[in-house]
Write a protein that binds this ligand. Sequence first.
Ligand code: GAP
Length: 454
Amino acid sequence: MGNFDKIVNLCKNRGIIFPGSDIYDGLANTWDYGPIGVELKNNIKRAWWREFVQLSPNSYGIDADIFMNSRVWDASGHTASFSDPKMDCKSCKTRQRADNLIDAHSKGKVNPDIMSNEEMESYIAEHKVACPVCGKCDWTNIRNFNLMFSTSRGVTDEKQNLIYLRPETAQGEFVNFLNVQRSMRAKVPFGIAQIGKAFRNEVTPGNFTFRTIEFEQMEHQWFCHPDSSLEYYKEYKTRAMDFLLKIGFNREHLRYHDHDKLAHYAKAACDIQYLYPIGWEELNGIHHRGDWDLSRHQEFSGKSMMYTDPFTNEKYIPNVVEYSIGADRLTLAVLCEAYDEEKLENGETRVVMHFHPALAPYKLAILPLQKNLSEKAQEVYRKLAEHFMVDYDEAGSIGKRYRRQDEIGTPMCVTIDFDSLEDNTVTVRDRDTMQQIRISVDQLINYVQEKIVF
Ligand code: GAP
């Protein structure tokens, strides 16, 4: 946890992530991305979109509305069964998830996913599992609480209708299956992807942005023939892992975790877990959803989801392989993976974020060695800012300015000195090696461009 607390502090002090509604003492489990954090998260989302839409044959992006007809959630099963098993502590009145209590108590050795509510209650009673807040063991029975946030629409009270904030983006892709297939003349197999907000009324143990009530998902649904669906499921497990390696994760910090207990829609499911400072936790999911989604929407909407193969004339409802990853949870993993404390030769310690250069919030920082070099430095800054996110800093010693850039993971620092006025060259210092090279300002754009590709 040591590093986790340091990362949370760094995020607040360096403009990466702030507590939500901070000046009003916050609102539990809400977080705001600051100027550095929003660049990082946008770069992560761009990298995902590039991989799963731009470079993914037969894949189409959409951006569906957060609000959907309530019948969507009846069809998807969320109204009936999207719930967590929760117990109230009779002593301190806090609400806890029974499965989390068992997981923490058994240190991951007992799997609550395969237990009924009665079995979980027995385990908690037998092992006298205590409330993590007050330490007492005095629980109510388990009750299932639906995780969807509801609100209402309509101009007058009488006309109000119950609607939900979507708990996943996936349904936007399913209800647009016919629209995308017809408008894009798509042939199965094809994919629909989107990035968007989702909302869940989670009872959360905190852990920063790991589990929040509002978060962004990046989801890709692959519609395919039932006979090839298992092969695609395996392929997506590999593609999901490859993406994480490509953006800079160490393979030893990632592992597959196949599910024993499956969600109501799934035929097979697997997570990729990341070794967060809080332990191994789910980073993303890959789910074989069979024809559950399209069949249910066919049943509830009355619209046929049958696909006719243009070559064989075979009619069938496509199966779905889903790949789903939280943009915030991935951003948190990227922060944890990048965080490093290095002992320097002079005995000092530097904190450095080793982001992949393509993900780094600023690609470079322009640092004039003295204030009277700022005119030249501003000229270089304006030239580069046409192409990249660039920081400009002339306050404090050069050493302090390097440290500030290391802490937000800027891969290159460009210093402007008196020679720059004479020969239009600058010094570029590499964040990771701290090596410096001298190059001409005219070469800078190409130099940076080559460094920031995956
Ligand atoms: N459409 C399938 C689906 O939503 P999920 O396993 O519930 O599946 C997928 O969620 C991913 O969304 C998770 O692996 C995680 O990255 C992210 N996620 C889910 N709940 C979250 C929460 N409360 N806070 C942050 N991220 C969350």
